[in-house]
Design a protein around this ligand. Structure first.
Ligand SMILES: [Fe+2]
Length: 272
């Protein structure tokens, strides 16, 4: 679909793994270059790179310093590459923090999106919704604002909707992976993502691009465009992630019905 789908313009992507040689994303600068090129082709103009990072490191000063040294080296290489070869793109850094400890310390701005109050977090997959809600509330109470990465990948419908409501209630922002909308993780995360959209629980989407193949941003934006108003697409792909980078709360997107009923599928098929 990518080649025929219109490109996004001014897209903002706050979840990807393009920092070279630090996680399971881009292994080297050449892969980072291809990754930036691919995101630019799909219309992304502003991004935060979010390498994997264990929250438990934040409470162990020596381990934190060692991991930060690695990330700083990667960031030095990536920011030089972006400055020299991608002058039209705004690239900043953050991390995707695995909450493997209940009381992480996010005082280092290198961990946070745009250095502001928001921090991208993920859970160990077996974590219970009640416990995860308490962890998110503790992060809020400490003065930071959690963004839950790919909530649709933790549980199936209807459990995930109840969990996401609890996370929202604890003050978290929810970021769905665009790839879930096109079924790249299978039918269950797709159905969970659709249910979260339908419940009006999604604040924005991101690529979670690992610098392999194409990021498929155009493909998932095409799915959103078929179902949403232009205003909602704007909020999900540009305005809300830009607000997060600026330290501002996302604007409400509202409920979005992505699943196509039989009649709409028939009409869509007939039109093609
Ligand atoms: Fe990720």
């Amino acid at each position: 679909m990518s080649d025929g789908a219109p490109s996004l313009t001014g897209g903002v992507d706050l979840h990807n793994h393009l920092l070279p040689g630090v996680d399971d994303g881009a292994p080297d600068v050449a892969a980072s270059r291809r990754g930036l090129e691919a995101l630019r082709t799909d219309g992304v103009e502003r991004l935060a790179v979010t390498p994997h990072f264990d929250a438990s490191l934040t409470v162990r000063p020596d381990a934190l310093a060692r991991r930060m040294e690695e990330l700083d080296r990667g960031w030095e290489a990536l920011s030089a590459l972006a400055g020299e070869e991608f002058p039209g793109m705004q690239v900043t850094r953050a991390a995707e923090v695995m909450l493997d400890t209940p009381e992480p310390d996010f005082s280092d701005p290198r961990l946070r999106l745009g250095g502001g109050p928001y921090v991208l977090v993920e859970f160990p997959f077996a974590l219970s919704p009640a416990f995860s809600g308490r962890v998110l509330a503790a992060i809020r109470a400490a003065g930071w604002s959690p963004v839950v990465a790919h909530p649709e990948r933790y549980a199936t419908v209807p459990t995930i909707v109840r969990a996401a409501e609890a996370w929202r209630g604890a003050g978290a922002v929810l970021q769905v992976n665009g790839l879930s909308l096109i079924g790249r993780y299978g039918p269950e995360p797709k159905a969970a993502a659709e249910a979260l959209f339908e419940a009006g629980l999604v604040d924005y989407v991101a690529s979670d691009f690992h610098a392999r193949g194409r990021p498929l941003v155009r493909d998932y934006v095409a799915v959103l465009r078929r179902a949403c108003t232009e205003e909602a697409v704007e909020l999900l792909t540009r305005t809300n992630p830009a607000r997060i980078l600026n330290g501002e709360a996302p604007l409400p997107v509202g409920a979005v019905r992505l699943r196509r009923g039989l009649w709409r599928r028939l009409i869509g098929g007939w039109r093609r």
